[in-house]
Ligand binder design. Structure first.
Ligand SMILES: [Zn+2]
Ligand SMILES: [Zn+2]
Length: 390
């Protein structure tokens, strides 16, 4: 089976490169992937998959029934959106849409999903169970997965795989991570309401800037003293606004931040923890406050069994030296976690680094991938899918 999958994937390589280049030159922003979705639906239909469009607003679902020897349904999820970044590569197929770029490799993900569908469409007689391909919009704004789930894409699904490119891993190498892969990412807004006054008479006012400074310092210090240090939390205040003039005491300060954590229990504690610290300081100094704590996507926690299947499939396909066990999780966020609330799954990291040139990070205007990774991704996913039913 592996040889058949490899041969098919290799024979598809030129087509897959064309697909990826088309997607790369026509990037679309989160929630606006209409052209991409239509293109994806066209490819899936031409391969004979059952296709549903407009799932999760602009997502696409393609399904292959298999020969029915196994009733379990496996899903494969790839994302389709690009970023509001002006591309600065000199690729012939660089973005034709000003200010929009596939700088996170979702063009590669979509291509890998399509390639896997093409391979299994040709081998459908020996496909044991149902295989459902989810082409998701709006991953970069952490909403697309929830839209897809709301439209029922996880019904009957017993396992799910996904992939993300990684420029610091060389093309040809597959990165496998057991357990926690990415962080829970929450948004935080704190409004501190004091009382204005003359800069020379602070005792007659309630200085919102000084109180905000205390709040920020207390949050940072309390993280290291009140949370289990083996369960990391990162809180970043990225924006602070307040004040009118050098000699006027500010009556209001607004803080915006992001909170990242790796353990579900810690994530649950964070809203009340922030409230306690902000509330304590504001009350001490007589300020009013308002906190908007928005719990974003949870942590991606890769399932042991499915991760093992990915690891074994990649090892058999490429050799143990081409499989890298990732030692540390990332504090980045990924809405693949939303699917994992409905079925066990695993996401692997597809190396796209090129040894002969600088490899810019994800979300960089000069981000590029080594396209040879597409076949690596297709074979790994297609063979892992087969192994899932063994
Ligand atoms: Zn991204
Ligand atoms: Zn991404």
């Amino acid at each position: 089976m592996l040889t058949q999958i490899k041969d098919l994937a290799k024979s598809l390589a030129p087509t897959l490169s064309e697909i990826r280049r088309h997607l790369h030159s026509h990037p679309e922003l989160s929630g606006h992937e209409q052209q991409t979705a239509a293109y994806v639906a066209g490819v899936l239909s031409s391969c004979g998959l059952q296709v549903r469009e407009g799932v999760g607003k602009v997502g696409v679902v393609g399904e292959l029934l298999g020969n029915g020897s196994d009733t379990r349904l496996l899903a494969i999820r790839t994302d389709m959106d690009a970023l509001p970044i002006q591309e600065r590569t000199d690729l012939a197929f660089a973005s034709r849409h000003p200010g929009i770029m596939h700088a996170c490799g979702h063009d590669v993900h979509t291509t890998v999903g399509l390639g896997t569908a093409m391979v299994w469409a040709q081998l459908r007689d020996v496909l044991p169970g149902r295989l459902r391909f989810l082409f998701q919009p709006a991953e970069e704004i952490a909403q697309g997965a929830a839209w897809m789930v709301k439209d029922g894409v996880m019904e009957d699904v017993s396992g799910i795989f996904s992939v993300h490119v990684f420029p610091s891993i060389a093309a040809g190498v597959v990165g496998i991570r057991y357990g926690v892969l990415t962080a829970a990412a929450d948004d935080l807004e704190i409004l501190i309401q004091g009382e204005s006054g003359h800069g020379a008479r602070p005792h007659e006012a309630i200085d919102a800037i000084w109180i905000a400074a205390q709040v920020i310092t207390a949050l940072q210090q309390a993280i290291s003293r009140t949370h289990n240090p083996l369960r990391p939390v990162v809180l970043t205040i990225g924006q602070i606004k307040g004040g009118r003039a050098s000699n006027v005491i500010a009556d209001q300060v607004r803080l915006l931040g992001t909170v990242r954590s790796l353990h579900p229990e810690t994530s649950l504690e964070l809203p009340a923890w922030v409230e306690q610290i902000v509330g304590g300081i504001c009350q001490t100094y007589g300020a009013k406050y308002e906190i908007k704590y928005h719990c974003g996507v949870p942590s991606v926690i890769n399932d042991f069994r499915l991760t093992r299947i990915l690891e074994m499939a990649a090892t058999e396909a490429w050799g143990a030296e081409q499989v890298q066990i990732i030692q540390e999780p990332s504090l980045g966020a990924e809405d693949f976690s939303v699917y994992l609330q409905h079925a066990p799954g695993s996401m692997f990291r597809l190396g796209v680094g090129n040894r002969d040139r600088p490899n810019y990070p994800l979300h960089h205007p000069q981000f590029e991938v080594d396209e040879s990774a597409i076949v690596t991704g297709v074979v790994t996913l297609a063979y892992a899918a087969y192994q899932y039913w063994q």
